[in-house]
Design a binder for this molecule. Structure first.
Ligand SMILES: [Ca+2]
Ligand SMILES: [Ca+2]
Length: 253
């Protein structure tokens, strides 16, 4: 008796809130990229995002409600076993998703009222271009094409482990965004940390900046394009380890 009931509940779930699964207008997104998204006062308060997934793969899907939002958002993966999650401003949730079949994952985001909401969706595939991505070290991230997708405003901790280690991170930006790069070089690092920001074509957005052990870096640049932004970290001397924390935060004027 248990199995038919479970199947019945599962089959009924998509229409529970009066939706027509065939009529959903979803925006396509891809794993491995960060998306900077909005619901405005003039739009419906619910949006859907559709992401191709491969059966047998695993995904980590991060959703953050930006501090610029006027209220809470709710987020739901439209897949078995996921509940609706409510996020207040500045809060993030990370879903682990392991599809058994190849297909499309539908993500539902609802603003709590007819108002302005800004939020960020980043899906990390466990395998990217055949290279295993490690969510603890963010490696391999030694080139712009292997840049690790990060969440707006979230703080990250990592290391430059070898003389030839470079760490690249990526974040989607919108034209007019002020991008604030904060970075702190740990006292245990052996020399200055060097960092630089780049645009979607790999052209410099900033000079290369040295970060000492005693003063955190806080630098800002205004994006004049909509697309991906990058930040790169490296050490000063070959063969010496560095430990660092950083964040990229977008704000609108
Ligand atoms: Ca590293
Ligand atoms: Ca690296």
């Amino acid at each position: 008796m248990l199995l038919p009931l479970a199947l019945l509940l599962s089959a009924c779930n998509p229409t529970e809130e009066g939706e027509n699964p065939g009529g959903i207008n979803a925006q396509g997104i891809e794993a491995g990229k960060s998306y900077n998204l909005t619901i405005t006062e003039h739009e419906e308060t619910t949006k859907y995002y559709s992401m191709p997934v491969t059966g047998g793969s695993t995904y980590s899907i991060d959703v953050m409600n930006d501090l610029a939002s006027s209220n809470t958002i709710s987020v739901q993966l439209m897949a078995d076993g996921f509940e609706r999650e409510v996020l207040s401003e500045g809060r993030m949730i990370s879903f682990d998703y392991a599809p058994s079949q190849t297909g499309e994952l539908l993500i539902k985001v609802t603003g709590s009222s007819r108002a302005f909401f800004r939020y960020h969706i980043t899906a990390h595939p466990s395998v990217d271009d055949g290279l295993v991505q490690d969510d603890a070290s963010f490696e391999p991230n030694n080139s712009r094409y292997a840049a690790y997708p990060i969440i707006n405003g979230a703080q990250y901790h990592s290391t430059i482990d070898m003389g030839d280690d470079f760490d690249w991170y990526a974040l989607d930006v919108m034209s007019g965004d002020t991008i604030t790069l904060w970075a702190s070089n740990d006292i245990a690092s052996t020399s200055f940390l060097r960092t630089q920001m780049f645009d979607q074509d790999g052209l410099p957005l900033t000079q290369e900046i040295s970060v000492s052990h005693t003063s955190d870096l806080n630098t800002q640049v205004v994006a004049d394009y909509t697309g991906r932004g990058y930040v790169k970290f490296k050490g000063t001397s070959a063969g010496t380890p560095h430990i660092y924390d950083f964040s990229l935060t977008l704000s609108t004027n």
